[in-house]
Design a binder for this molecule. Structure first.
Ligand code: NAP
Length: 259
């Protein structure tokens, strides 16, 4: 399907690996020129070079921590005039409800709520003026059903979800859509890190930990970054202009709910 967005410029933050990279690659496949970001320059440059080679689009890179004000300034400077914004950042560490102090919450809120809000606040006026724009925030299935060990994520991402619910309706009259994509278990470094914590805590093997987690998913597997990216590209497409303020689960059926 022609997504109708060839030649549009897109910023994808936290995109050298995992789900962000899946989104960057799918947008490049649809013909978008990219601004990509991650903290580690080496993996970022390698990912950008592969995208240029595979899809022939222009890719600019900004190696910085997007959760800091300086990082956001650097990314936004390079991303002037974008029509598409995909927000992403690393997820908070797992733990117990009793572990977290104010500073831990501030870090999680900065990364997973206030950073996407700052990026949207900067990018939305240009999109509204142009009469066309797409924003996709990578959040988590934890906003629909809490993941107990990820209390920091549950809290911060739910705050972002509330902000998007109102804002999406305010910018929609200008041809701009904002939606959230909610990943369930996907096969990325983040999933491996969470599985390693289970291996350590329970003294089981990595294979056992992965098999146990996959068994909780009706699709009986982890999702892939490539299929996640294709869903993101569709939400950014010309065809998705009537999808506004939605929270779309990509979880292989893991959340057992009718709606
Ligand atoms: P990942 O495989 O660990 O990749 C994270 C990417 O983000 C890397 O490119 C990393 O590069 C970059 N990054 C991390 N922190 C950054 C920062 N502060 N500034 C700029 N770039 C940053 O993670 P993932 O699995 O794709 O997860 C992406 C998001 O989805 C996370 O918030 C995660 O919590 C959430 N999520 C994932 C799953 C899952 O199963 N994978 C499920 C639910 C929610 P550098 O380290 O070089 O910066």
């Amino acid at each position: 399907m022609d997504l109708g967005i060839a030649g549009r410029r897109a910023l994808v933050t936290a995109s050298s690996k995992g789900l962000g990279l899946g989104c960057a690659r799918a947008l490049a496949e649809a013909g978008c020129d990219l601004v990509m970001n991650a903290r580690g320059a080496e993996a970022l440059e390698a990912a950008a070079a592969a995208i240029r080679a595979d899809f022939g689009v222009t890719v600019e890179t900004v190696a910085c921590d997007v959760t800091t004000p300086d990082g956001q300034r650097a990314v936004l400077e390079k991303a002037r005039g974008i029509a598409i914004l995909v927000t992403n950042a690393g997820g908070p560490p797992p733990g117990m409800w009793s572990d977290w102090e104010r500073e831990d919450f501030i870090k999680a809120l900065d990364a997973n709520m206030l950073t996407p809000i700052a990026l949207m606040k900067a990018a939305l006026p240009g999109m509204m003026e142009a009469g066309w724009g797409r924003v996709v925030n990578i959040t988590s299935m934890s906003v629909k059903a809490p993941i107990a060990v990820l209390g920091l994520s549950n809290a911060a991402r739910t705050g972002l979800t509330g902000y998007v619910a109102g804002t999406a309706r305010q910018v929609a009259p200008h041809g701009v859509t904002i939606n959230n994509l909610l990943p369930g278990i996907h096969d990325t470094d983040r999933a491996t890190a969470l599985d390693e914590a289970v291996v350590k805590a329970r003294g089981i093997s990595m294979e056992e930990a992965r098999a146990e987690r996959a068994a909780t998913v009706p699709a009986r597997r982890y999702g892939t970054a490539a299929e996640f990216g294709q869903a993101c590209a569709f939400l950014c497409s010309q065809h998705a202009g009537f999808i506004v303020g939605q929270n779309i689960l990509l979880d292989g059926g893991a959340i057992n709910a009718t709606l």
